[in-house]
Design a protein around this ligand. Sequence first.
Ligand code: G3I
Length: 360
Amino acid sequence: MKNQLNLNLVELAKKLMVTSVFVILCVIANAQTLRLVAKAKGKFIGSAANSAIFYKDPAIAKDYKNILAKEFNMIVAENEMKMGVLLPSEGNYNWSKADALVAFAEKNNMRLRGHTLVWHNQLPKFISNPITPWTRETLLAEMKNHINAVVGRYKGKVKEWDVVNEALNDPPAKGIRMTSIWAKVIGEDFIDSAFVYAHQADPKADLYYNDYNIEYNFNTKTQSLLSLVKRLKQQHIPIHGVGLQSHSNYNLKDSEIANLSKFVDSLAVLGMKVALTEVDLGIPKGAVNDSTLNVQANSYAKLTQLFMNKSAIKSMVFWGFTDAYTWLEERPKPKEQPLLFDKNLIKKQAYYSVYNTIKN
Ligand code: G3I
């Protein structure tokens, strides 16, 4: 009886201790924010902003904007600066959503990433499906006009651009994705021209090539990327960095982190800045539970540690910050709850992992 009582007391004491440690950690983490701890370490921590919430729903827009401004010192438009959104029809730019985002960033002293100038997706119909077929010359001229218009408008405000997005073939193929209208009509050197035009439009902006599925495994696409960067450098094309989108699963393997580490080093040797540009670690639909959320938090800790260890990596940007809005749920094989805040905008274990790893 006495032994039983002692055992219960020990259990109770243990539980109290665990709870107190958790509460203390929460209090410490609440006292500061991601952007404050990141800034102290000379890093940018960012989030994509989603227009649907950012501008349309006043009820939650306020909380959404508060967290965005409080927690992040970098911001990128999830869709608003893509060609199809900025230029829905020929000659008719609609700047309103992008301008509002730029004003929000300025007001809250956040660094702006521009995403993206030249991509094969989210294009206006007059580009992807023209009435008069494009020639190399006409499409190059259109691309130049667009880059001049967008980079020119935000000159000095957007400090870094994803100039070209996702131009490489997926493994096992190598080289440039020739199904893209840009590559098909202009040729592979559309990439070179895009960087040259962007540099002419804002000589002070950092210019990035951005892609996915190159960072966690060494595959044909990784090789293609390294060859592309080497070629661009040899030809004195103004490229300053590589964006690694870094979308992945909730259970990042140590070998994947090791590959990423080696890859970042190879890019740094080529003189590239590196940005982790679209981080999210999704959990397969239906598999969210305490255990998978815990594994997710550990994966975030490992990724953040790598971010902190590498001087070449200037910024880590999440592809959104709340599980209420994620592109992953719309995919054919949906994943869920990939981000740092839950659907009610409450900090998750993943948040505390990122915070504590940056801070320590
Ligand atoms: O704006 C229209 C709206 O008018 C219409 O009613 C609605 C109906 O479906 O569609 C809306 O457009 C959607 C748009 O997001 C804005 O919400 C598009 O259908 C939808 O396809 C689009 O998805 C975006 C996707 O890029 C397009 O490829 C995602 O939000 C965005 O997160 C995603 O972002 C990309 C990066 O740019 C590049 N890397 C991969 C990443 C994830 O796919």
